[in-house]
Design a protein around this ligand. Structure first.
Ligand SMILES: NC(=O)c1ccc[n+]([C@@H]2O[C@H](COP(=O)([O-])OP(=O)(O)OC[C@H]3O[C@@H](n4cnc5c(N)ncnc54)[C@H](O)[C@@H]3O)[C@@H](O)[C@H]2O)c1
Length: 269
């Protein structure tokens, strides 16, 4: 009764930013393992194809879509192709996002063009994909599930990366608004806020010192893994979460609850 609700057999999913071997690829693999037919959408063709090959190697069903989801035309093509290929659209996971070197600056000096670019890459595209997917889901008799990846940086001060933090906070607000407006169509909208996750992109920047620091301050004693995020996304995508909408779930090993002391420092008392 309970475990079968985890199954996505016969359903279809789009993972936006599903390449790269990190959070997106793990989300796509998890959804495929649960039985969904998955469209891996990525701006980078090789990354999209790698993820599709991994899923097929594991016995799953996947196809690639190559495009830049900052462009509304590409988003419409993505949703149309997924719907045409599988005849339905059940799950959308928005993973695209991140910072660039220019994204790291004090608010006093933050460049307004970088602000626009960071907001587009981390927030506006997700509005476009959610809207396009929901227009399909709203016409189905079975609704759908949308999961937007936000960040711990949207839940607290995003020191020296103000635009990224504002965009990720925007993802959370957008998620709640869409959940309320689209509940009538059976569309659930939730967000997962990762803490520090070791992915192929972030690992080079996580030096030994940083990992040791995370092991010290994270209550569960380690940085996150991409599969930690994918597992929660799978739950939210599935019928196990059929009465869960508008939520932001932090998947951070508990670190935000410790702020500012970490897990082991005792300052007084
Ligand atoms: N890794 C972390 O520690 C961490 C922490 C908090 C939040 N997050 C969030 O998790 C998400 C994934 O992080 P990751 O480290 O796995 O990222 P990643 O960079 O490894 O993966 C993102 C994928 O999106 C693709 N992409 C980028 N721009 C695109 C575009 N315009 N159109 C289509 N595809 C595009 C990239 O090619 C890449 O394959 C991001 O939203 C990030 O902000 C990550």
């Amino acid at each position: 009764m309970f475990i079968e609700k985890l199954s996505l057999a016969g359903r279809s999913a789009i993972v936006v930013g599903g390449g790269g071997g990190g959070i997106g690829t793990n989300c796509a693999m998890a959804l495929a393992e649960a039985g969904a037919s998955v469209v891996v959408a990525d701006i980078d063709e090789a990354r999209a194809n790698d993820a599709v090959a991994q899923i097929r190697d594991g016995g799953g069903n996947a196809r690639a879509f190559v495009g830049d989801v900052r462009d509304g035309g590409a988003v419409r093509r993505l949703v149309e192709q997924a719907n045409a290929a599988f005849g339905r659209l059940d799950v959308l996971v928005n993973v695209v996002g991140g910072t660039r070197d220019e994204s790291w600056a004090d608010a006093l000096d933050f460049d307004s063009q970088v602000w626009d670019d960071d907001l587009t890459l981390n927030l506006k595209y997700a509005f476009l994909t959610c809207q396009a997917a929901a227009q399909v889901m709203a016409k189905q008799d079975h609704g759908g599930s949308i999961v937007n990846i936000s960040s711990a940086s949207g839940m607290r001060a995003a020191t020296r990366h103000i635009a990224y933090g504002a965009a990720k906070a925007g993802i959370m607000s957008m998620t709640r608004t869409m959940a309320v407006e689209w509940g009538q169509y059976g569309i659930r909208v939730n967000s997962v806020a990762p803490g520090a996750i070791r992915t192929p992109k972030t690992s080079p920047n996580m030096q030994e010192g940083a990992i040791g620091y995370l092991e010290e301050i994270v209550p569960l004693g380690r940085p996150g893994r991409p599969e930690d995020i994918a597992q929660v996304v799978l739950f939210l995508a599935s019928d196990l979460a059929e009465y869960v909408t508008s939520q932001v779930i932090a998947v951070d090993g508990g670190v935000m609850a410790t702020y500012p002391l970490g897990r082991s420092r005792r300052l007084s008392g």
